[in-house]
Design a protein around this ligand. Structure first.
Ligand SMILES: Cc1ncc(COP(=O)(O)O)c(C=O)c1O
Length: 453
């Protein structure tokens, strides 16, 4: 790819894209594509740039859902370890035979994750599998049967993790019954919560409401605290809308959990590895969870891998849990190298946070359809509303912005009911960031009936 500018030769979907989308519909299972608003058929990628099958060039603000944090097609330092391992070892039954590669990765993950206690790591292939391992660990090792999860959460789509997920009804509706024992409680969303508290103005009030809801309404009426094995949470809700809770929340949740010896499970599948400017998003909140699930970016955008980092004393009995691909030698070394590269990029993310924050709040001040802007590092959400007072979701405008941006050469993804997530590869330069933010503004301008200024 020579051009490193947004360049649209033919409005997407172009003729080749249309052909492939039709064939895709014929042969590939239906999942979450949205061909109306994001008719993007990717042929290749370079850095933060994607080229579609009709030759259009786009700037990527999605990292392919926070996976390709190191850009496309592969970061040079990750590439070198792939090539090295192709001559050494790839798969060698990592859960039946031992190998040094998974040990090196596990040791690194236990060292970089918050918490000065002994930890172990279960290696797997995806986010949902990392969450399943956490569910099973808790049932296996605590003897308790209940879990608490948050409304708006997305923890995956296999039956255990789906039972924790409460993002969109369509994700659950055909699959009842879920696993038993999951209790959902409101997330401390500062912008939109059941108590209509402005959580930006009154964070402590919002925090107290959620803690009281669990401690009084749940523990005194539904399941006593000593029956609850774990509380699952996303430090920033991803699919739910890139929602950032008040800074004090997880500290209070931690106190509550410790009071009743309940384990805290931090789902970092979408946020871990540098996206927020720290390795793990929970580090912004100064809390050490008992279990951390991760996947997505851990594979360097090259290889599917997931990991569950947990307190060593929770470990499984021999034979109680395993899989085929866990401890894959090549995947482990790719993940290890990815972690090392991300470590070096953390200051860069912190610097670029300012660029996004400034411009996105400017958009909020300028366009009435932008109801809320929230984020950390390179993880930002913009929520579209019909009216700022009523906060009625404006899904139509959100979808139009997605398409108008694409038409101008910027790839974005939706989240929540009417939000857009901004999650560019963390290697993005300031110049590229500004280019993308300009296109985002043009797209909003195109669809918004009136601006505030
Ligand atoms: C926070 C979170 N947890 C779990 C998952 C599930 O991961 P996977 O799709 O790899 O199973 C996702 C996926 O988007 C996620 O964002």
């Amino acid at each position: 790819m020579v051009i490193k500018e947004p360049k649209i030769y033919v409005e997407p979907p172009g003729p080749r894209a249309r052909e492939i989308i039709e064939k895709h519909k014929r042969y590939v299972a239906t999942t979450t594509h949205d061909p109306k608003n994001i008719p993007l058929v990717i042929e290749r990628g370079e850095g933060v740039w994607l080229q579609d099958v009709d030759g259009n060039v786009y700037l990527d603000f999605s990292s392919s859902i926070s996976v390709s944090n190191l850009g496309y097609p592969i970061h040079p330092e990750v590439k070198s370890i792939v090539i090295e391992m192709l001559n050494v070892l790839t798969h060698a039954a990592g859960t039946d035979f031992f190998n040094p590669y998974q040990v090196a990765l596990a040791e690194k993950l236990t060292r970089i994750s918050p918490g000065a206690f002994n930890k172990k790591v279960f290696l797997c292939n995806s986010g949902t599998e990392a969450i399943e391992a956490a569910i099973k660990l808790l049932r296996h090792s605590t003897g308790r049967k209940y879990f608490i999860a948050f409304i708006g959460a997305f923890h995956g789509r296999t039956m255990g993790s789906l039972s924790l997920t409460a993002s969109k009804p369509i994700q659950r509706r055909s699959y009842m019954p879920m696993i038993g024992g999951v209790i959902h409680v409101p997330y401390p969303n500062p912008y939109r919560n059941p108590w209509h508290i402005d959580g930006y103005e009154y964070p402590d009030e919002l925090i107290n409401m959620v803690i009281e809801y669990i401690d009084y309404w749940i523990f005194q009426h539904l399941a006593s605290a000593d029956e609850v094995a774990g509380i699952f949470f996303e430090p920033i809700q991803g699919e739910g809308g890139y929602v950032v809770p008040p800074r004090g929340f997880f500290g209070e949740l931690y106190k509550l959990a410790k009071k009743y010896n309940i384990m805290l499970v931090d789902d970092e599948v979408q946020m871990a590895l540098g996206r927020t400017g720290k390795m793990f998003a929970i580090e912004h909140f100064n809390v050490a969870p008992d279990i951390i699930a991760m996947a997505k970016a851990l594979g360097g955008g090259v290889i599917p891998i997931g990991a569950t980092i947990f307190r060593a004393e929770l470990d499984f009995a021999p034979g109680a849990h395993s899989n085929t691909f866990g401890g894959h030698a090549l995947a482990s070394m790719v993940a290890l190298r990815t972690v090392e590269v991300v470590e070096k990029l953390l200051p860069h993310v912190a610097l670029l946070e300012k660029v996004f924050k400034e411009k996105l709040f400017e958009l909020k001040n300028r366009y009435s359809v932008v109801g809320d802007v929230r984020g950390l590092g390179l993880a930002w959400g913009i929520e579209f509303v019909k009216d700022r007072k009523s906060k009625e979701h404006d899904e139509k405008t959100r979808n139009r912005v997605l398409y108008e941006a694409l038409k101008r050469g910027l790839v974005l993804l939706g989240c929540g009911k009417s939000s857009i997530r901004i999650a560019p590869p963390i290697i993005i330069s300031e110049d590229e960031a500004m280019k993308g933010l300009e296109i985002l503004e043009q797209a909003i301008k195109e669809v918004t009936p009136h601006s505030l200024t």
